[in-house]
Design a protein around this ligand. Structure first.
Ligand code: HEM
Length: 142
């Protein structure tokens, strides 16, 4: 990830953070629309306090990654452990694609005109790095 991509990520995440609760609700709404089966993995309903808490955890984890863009290697062990916990939630490798698509869509909704092609590419790169490490940790036979 180059310096310019990191700047795009930091700037646009700062725009999204104040509306994190709304963004998280949009995100799950979109995820359940494009991947209705994934709804069963979550124990809470959309719009419930539990789901809001779940959304806050997701946003926090993204915030951790964004804060460590210059040394992502330091957070990869935590990301790998997160991925292994996700297998016990019933998450499969294919779900990472729909979650990525829902995340990009949410950013587009939140950023509007600021969601440029370069911003899209920067987030695709970051999510790809995280999801790649997670899938490798959780689904690659030892
Ligand atoms: C970069 C990718 C992802 C991040 C950063 C992320 C983050 C988190 C975090 C922080 C939690 C809280 C629990 C814990 O720490 O173990 C969590 C729980 C969960 N995530 Fe993810 N997640 C990601 C991908 C996914 C995917 C692909 C799915 C599949 C649809 C998913 C479904 C779930 C479910 C079902 C739970 C547990 C809900 C419960 O408590 O019942 N996550 N996630």
């Amino acid at each position: 990830m180059n310096q310019r991509q990191k700047e795009h990520i930091r700037r646009t995440f700062a725009q999204i953070e104040p509306i994190a609760t709304v963004a998280a609700t949009l995100f799950y709404g979109r995820l359940f629309e494009i991947d209705p089966d994934s709804k069963h993995l979550f124990r809470y309903d959309l719009g419930s306090p539990g789901m809001a808490q779940q959304g806050a955890k997701l946003m926090q984890m993204i915030a951790v990654a964004v804060a460590h863009l210059d040394n992502l290697d330091n957070v990869i062990p935590a990301i790998e452990a997160l991925a292994r916990r996700h297998t016990s939630y019933g998450v499969e490798a294919r779900h990472y694609d729909t979650v990525g698509a829902a995340l990009l869509w949410t950013l587009e909704q939140g950023l509007g005109r600021d969601f440029t092609l370069e911003v899209h590419d920067a987030w695709t790169t970051l999510y790809g790095t995280l999801a790649g490490a997670m899938k490798q940790a959780a689904y690659t036979p030892a």
